[in-house]
Design a protein around this ligand. Structure first.
Ligand code: ADP
Length: 400
């Protein structure tokens, strides 16, 4: 079975074609600058990358171009579109309507449109991706895999904000959480690695990338997560502030003359480790500036980030009433060993220690146990694979 995974952003459309018999990627790529002059499709096969420069005024044209590339006689990988058995779409927000992946139909599409206001940066693009695919491949079954769905098992005391209950009821203002496919994948991999029944496991998963979030996973189910109503909440991130006293908004608006939307843009784009350091949002630049150049603000940014993550680990150990396993994943979690060291430093009280040599080893794409010999908690680096989760869930739905 061949499954195409589609991740549509506002001006991009990323794709991966999976052979699900072997769970391998046949080809991947992405259309960039959709609707902006200079659109380009980058199509990566095992033989190399093909760059196709062509005007893509909208997502439908981009999708047509992707399909064209997939069946191209020279750099294509399939003979015809009919070889694609199903499409899996990555979708940001399920609202309170779906607690799992679903097959796309008119009714589901209408619900997604209703929920678009919950994710104004991503949902309109996700919907454009669905519509473009349906137009270009009208007979191919499609599944939607939501970033929020894994967190649907959170109990009310974890997802409710302490606001007027009627506002929660009327406007669905609550914690949703994001990066769900990643937290789900790495927690399931960790459970397999631990070799215990899922019900007996207490895991904290740290997805540390461009955006970062932490989840508490009890018996294989999410019971809390650090992102909230939007992906702006939780730990500090590359350019996002993470948790902040909401009263800062009014103060900022007054001091800098910002409107409310400008305040939110500021918190999304100008803050985080980039804001503190003034160096970069990229942790490779930050560790270099801190370690090699003695840049004090880069050091401070790393300290604030690591302290933020450490506090969540402590909080979630309390929520789980114990901890068996701590997982690091995504760009920073998988690669930046200094950050893992700083986060775990001083957590021996919780039973967390690291093996410095293992922690310093380069990530080779497999599960990597970095726990110290005396560590009561297994500390694992697990490369995430959100696209594979999407492909697996799509396959399951289509076969059912
Ligand atoms: P996104 O949320 O954009 O998908 P990633 O999970 O790719 O983000 O994480 C990006 C972050 O990972 C950057 O801050 C980057 O510095 C950090 N990182 C550190 N080492 C590496 C590496 N070897 N490869 C990729 N990213 C790395």
């Amino acid at each position: 079975m061949k499954i195409l995974v589609v991740n549509a952003g506002s001006s991009s459309l990323k794709y991966q074609l999976f052979d699900m018999d072997t769970e391998t990627v046949i080809v991947k790529g992405g259309a960039e600058r959709i609707g902006i002059p200079g659109s380009v499709l980058k199509h990566k096969t095992k033989d190399g990358e093909k760059i196709i420069e062509q005007d893509m005024p909208n997502h439908k044209v981009a999708m047509q171009l992707v399909l064209h590339a997939l069946v191209h006689p020279e750099y294509g990988v399939i003979r015809s579109m009919d070889e694609i058995d199903a499409v899996g779409h990555r979708v940001l927000h399920s609202g309170s309507d779906f607690d799992r992946s679903v097959l796309l139909d008119d009714e589901v599409l209408a619900i997604c449109k209703k929920n678009a206001e919950l994710g104004p940066l991503h949902m309109p693009a996700n919907i454009l991706g669905m519509e473009a695919c349906r137009e270009v491949m009208p007979n191919t079954p499609m599944a939607l895999v939501f970033d929020t769905a894994f967190h649907a098992t959170m109990p009310p005391h974890a997802y409710l904000y302490a606001i007027d209950y009627d506002d929660y009821k009327n406007y669905k203002i609550r914690r949703y959480g994001f990066h769900g496919t990643s937290h789900k994948y790495v927690s399931q991999e960790a459970i397999k690695y631990l070799g215990k029944p899922a019900e007996q496991t207490k895991i904290v998963t740290c997805h540390l990338g461009g955006g970062s979030s932490i989840s508490a996973v009890l018996g294989g189910k999410c019971i809390d997560t650090s992102m909230g109503f939007t992906p702006l909440a939780g730990v500090p991130m590359g350019t996002r502030s993470g948790d902040i006293d909401p009263a800062v908004l009014e103060f900022l608006a007054e001091k800098k003359g910002y409107s409310l939307p400008e305040c939110i843009t500021y918190l999304n784009k100008k803050c985080g480790v980039a804001g503190i350091s003034g160096v970069s949002s990229d942790f490779r630049d930050l560790t270099k500036a801190a370690d090699e150049e003695g840049n004090e603000r880069a050091k401070l940014a790393l300290d604030v980030f690591c302290y933020g993550v450490k506090k969540y680990i402590g909080a979630y150990a309390a929520a789980l009433n114990g901890l068996d396993c701590l997982v690091f994943t995504a760009g920073i979690g998988e690669n930046t060993w200094e950050v893992r060291r700083m986060i775990c430093d001083g957590l021996d009280y919780l039973g967390i220690t690291l093996d410095p040599e293992q922690n310093g080893r380069r990530n080779d794409g497999s599960i990597h146990d970095i726990s110290g010999k005396d560590s009561r908690v297994k500390v694992l680096v697990i490369p995430t694979n959100e696209e594979l989760v999407i492909a697996r869930e799509t396959k399951e739905l289509v076969e059912a």
